[in-house]
Design a protein around this ligand. Structure first.
Ligand SMILES: O=C1C[C@@](O)(C(=O)O)C[C@@H](O)[C@@H]1O
Length: 208
């Protein structure tokens, strides 16, 4: 199945929200952790519900600015009331009671490839009810074999980080619900621009 293309967009100021309307991808990820004080424009969210994936990335999983669990919990709960898709780390869910059903549950390893059992437990716990469970891993050691094992699970999103961006296309064809790309400014190593991703996937899936 063709993966959904997520254009990841750093949001530093309220003016940055207006960039969403210029982006023609399946989803636009609003990286609110780029803001010093994350701000949710409720009217804007309501007007773009089906296009948005809101992320407030924990600093210890690649986030830019620190945010307290309390503030993040409050924002995620308000986003849940609006019915908008958001990303929440499995590690955050261990500490906080917020809804993950129909949301992106994520885990990120920027330095090493972890023990598979750790990720297997996350996949088994969340993949039934989440929108998808996303596993993002740095391109070191046995990361291909590791992500190959992740691809055998249902409802996963596979993100190899810091490698040739074409590998994201390859893994997305294996079995990945989402493929992350940039809209001019990368939010992680190894992203391709979303227009190129759209073009490549159209060639692959329109030719099938
Ligand atoms: O978790 C992910 C994946 C990502 O880290 C990437 O490697 O494309 C980019 C982040 O913005 C997103 O929240």
């Amino acid at each position: 199945m063709k993966p959904l293309v997520v254009a990841s967009l750093p949001i530093r100021t309220r003016a940055d929200f207006s960039k969403v309307d210029q982006i023609n991808s399946d989803l636009v990820e609003l990286r609110l952790d780029y803001m010093n004080e994350p701000y949710v424009d409720t009217d804007f969210i309501k007007g773009h519900l089906r296009k948005l994936l809101v992320t407030i990335r924990d600093k210890n999983e690649g986030g830019v600015n620190p945010i307290s669990d309390e503030l993040k919990r409050k924002i995620l709960r308000s986003l849940d009331e609006l019915g908008v898709l958001y990303d929440v780390e499995a590690s955050f869910l261990k500490r906080n009671n917020v809804n993950y059903k129909g949301k992106v549950v994520s885990v990120h390893y920027f330095n090493t490839v972890p023990n598979f059992q750790e990720v297997k437990e996350i996949l088994e716990k969340y993949s039934k009810d989440a929108f998808t469970v996303k596993v993002a891993i740095t391109g070191k050691d046995n990361y291909r074999e590791f992500l190959g094992k992740v691809s055998s699970f249902d409802n996963v999103t596979i993100v190899p980080m810091g490698v040739d961006p074409i590998e994201r296309i390859a893994f997305s064809l294996l079995n990945s619900k989402l493929i992350y790309a940039h809209a001019g400014e990368s939010t992680a190593p190894g992203q391709m621009d979303y227009c190129t991703v759209n073009r490549i996937l159209s060639c692959i899936f329109n030719s099938k």
